[in-house]
Design a protein around this ligand. Structure first.
Ligand code: FES
Length: 115
């Protein structure tokens, strides 16, 4: 899966593999964001770590090696993929900022809530 960076009304990604690279995109307000598929669901967050504000990803990688958590590439904070809550590292207890995304039946991932 390649990294994509697109704006509405195009899809964020034609598909997202479970446990694969995140799709990087620009949120409607211009902020950098990512979408990732985890346990069958697609989640979106601002690509901004609550610790030092930097991007979480390293070349689109946001899941740590076990696939259980999102991990910031800067200082190793780990986050629950479904809630964005930091459960380890320098910003424990803080949360990623969610960005609404949804997947269609064909697997493509789009910005905004399903409608
Ligand atoms: S910037 Fe993410 S853990 Fe420090």
């Amino acid at each position: 899966m390649s990294i994509t960076e697109q704006q509405q009304p195009l899809p964020i990604a034609p598909a997202l593999a479970e446990g694969g690279l995140a799709a990087l995109f620009t949120a409607p307000d211009g902020a950098k964001a990512f979408a990732v598929r985890w346990q069958g669901e697609v989640y979106g967050y601002l690509n901004q770590c609550p610790h030092a504000g930097g991007p979480l990803d390293f070349e689109g990688q946001v899941l740590e090696s076990s696939g259980r958590f999102l991990m910031c590439a800067r200082h190793g904070a780990i986050f629950e993929p479904d809630t964005g809550k930091c459960v380890g590292g320098p910003c424990r207890g803080a949360r990623l900022t969610p960005v609404a995304v949804h997947a269609k039946a064909d697997g493509s991932v789009w910005p905004g809530a399903a409608g």
